[in-house]
Write a protein that binds this ligand. Sequence first.
Ligand SMILES: *Cc1c(COP(=O)(O)O)cnc(C)c1O
Length: 224
Amino acid sequence: MNISENLEKIRRTVPEGVTLVAVSKTKPVEDLQAAYDAGQRVFGENHALEMRDKHQVLPADIQWHFIGHLQTNKIKYIAPFVSLIHSVDSQKLLHEINKEARKHNRVIDCLLQFHIATEETKFGLDYAEASEMLRSEDYKTMENINIVGVMGMATNTDDMSLVRSEFRNLKGIFEQLKAEFFADKQDFTQISMGMSHDYPIAIEEGSTLVRVGSAIFGARNYNI
Ligand SMILES: *Cc1c(COP(=O)(O)O)cnc(C)c1O
């Protein structure tokens, strides 16, 4: 298994306009450095402390994307440097991200995570919750966050027609939000969907950010 070869192979399948996020969670910094040396600059992590630790030792021009469930008491570890948070799944979380971003005089780009899978376990908003949040007075006062799109995870299944319909649903949510809340906002453009086993379908359905881990870095071992 060779990280730079894997990256090269995947890049050939990712069209211009779609960003490849290299999901490096659980992987050692040597593996991230190998991907960096092969030209990769966007990395995705799902634990705040792990991301902070890797950020401290790896090159400064890496763009760090947070892709996992984020607890409000962990925002402070990533607020100084995170470039995009994919996983905003509550108003409380957005409120707290805004607070931490303000402390660092930053505006943090965020995606709203939607629940599109049939599985109960996946985090995410539904349209009514997002809509309520975007209409709230609280949201209108948040000057240190910038919502640039949506994110979703399809059901973990081999049924690719189900996966495709879930991606299509997310694209529909994006279009609806854009029309209803972000019509004047030029940078509301991002749809984060697709992982190692389903990213080609996600791209066909309009993804602009694919989050690919094991196809680049190999299978993860959670027991070490
Ligand atoms: C782990 C993870 C990925 C990458 O999964 P792979 O199947 O290894 O490509 C993508 N998105 C999220 C939210 C993840 O947690």
